[in-house]
Design a protein around this ligand. Structure first.
Ligand code: SAM
Length: 287
């Protein structure tokens, strides 16, 4: 078979199947042959590993993952791509394609049924319209996975990998830091895709901790605080927490004092431990 990642081969396959790209499904396919092998290697696809891929498209990354790992399960929502994938990946007997929406898929069940005895990783060029929901699903469901290596928009990558306490952070940065260590792997220019998107992309890796980075009385309270704190990121925590969480200003002032956080602090200045300290103080108030 011709090399799958060659733009000529990709165009030939798309024409053969009369495929037209769906913008609403975030379909920008990789046509730069150097990206997928690098992603598969750096993502940790190797012997003894089972890979979950989200959105295989026509299978350019799936191909590189299947060459290296014991097994790949790829979840693709667009049913028009299933016959294409059956052809492009026909030489492998360690690939399973599931026609489903990743956000509605029971991944605990999938891992139990498909990856017995293997270390599990996620490796994917994500559909960008669901970047945060997918990453949060993978982390919040506390799946038995070692790492998540994903291509996302460059801006999203910067936010996900930002150091806490800097201006680039958002609620998602803090949430990711709770579950994993985030690392920027490499940048990918918009010219590496067909059709070419307006923005550049980057591949990031989240090494998932075996237990969260900080301990709290209530995870639910911690995430409420993170969400409320970033809802109005330019305001002080004193204002934004009392507005969004329906506590009095004097309660929040006392909570900040007990948590040893300045009354003028803003969300983007806090470390994960600070959010945990605030959440713990608020949990005490609820009792
Ligand atoms: N992996 C391919 C590549 O790198 O060329 C395609 C990546 S493309 C950015 C995203 C893929 O995700 C598309 O194939 C799209 O159909 C699929 N997709 C979109 N929404 C999805 C969802 N909710 N669940 C699973 N796949 C989805």
């Amino acid at each position: 078979m011709k090399k799958l990642s060659d733009i000529g081969t990709i165009k030939e396959i798309l024409t053969k199947y009369g495929f037209s790209f769906s913008k609403s499904l975030g379909q920008n396919f990789l046509v730069n042959p150097s990206v997928c092998p690098k992603m598969a290697e750096m993502g940790g696809a190797e012997k003894g590993v089972g890979v979950i891929e989200i959105g295989p498209g026509i299978g350019v990354l799936t191909y590189e993952l299947a060459k290296r790992a014991n097994k790949v399960v790829a979840i693709e929502l667009d049913k028009r791509l299933i016959p294409v994938l059956n052809e492009t990946l026909e030489e492998f007997d360690n690939v399973k394609i599931i026609n489903a929406d990743v956000l509605k898929t029971d991944l605990h069940k999938l891992i139990e049924e498909e990856f017995q005895g293997l270390d599990v990783i996620v490796c994917a060029n994500l559909p960008y319209y669901i970047t945060s929901p997918v990453i949060m699903k993978l982390l919040e469901e506390k799946l038995p996975i070692k790492s998540i290596t994903v291509m996302v928009q460059k801006e999203a990558a910067d936010r996900l990998c930002a150091d806490l306490g800097t201006r680039q952070t958002g609620a998602v940065t803090v949430a990711v830091n709770y579950y994993a260590k985030a690392e920027m792997l490499f940048k990918v220019s918009s010219g590496s895709f067909m059709p070419q998107p307006k923005v550049d992309s980057a591949v990031i890796k989240l090494d998932v901790y075996s237990k969260p980075a900080v301990e709290t009385y209530s995870e639910e309270m911690l995430f409420k605080v993170i969400k409320a704190a970033f809802a109005q990121r330019r305001k002080t925590l004193l204002n934004t927490l009392s507005n969004s969480m329906q506590y009095s200003k004097s309660d929040i002032s006392e909570v900040l004092n007990n948590a040893k956080i300045s009354q003028n602090a803003r969300a983007e200045q806090l470390k994960l431990e600070d959010f945990a300290a605030i959440a713990n103080e608020l949990s005490k108030l609820e009792k």
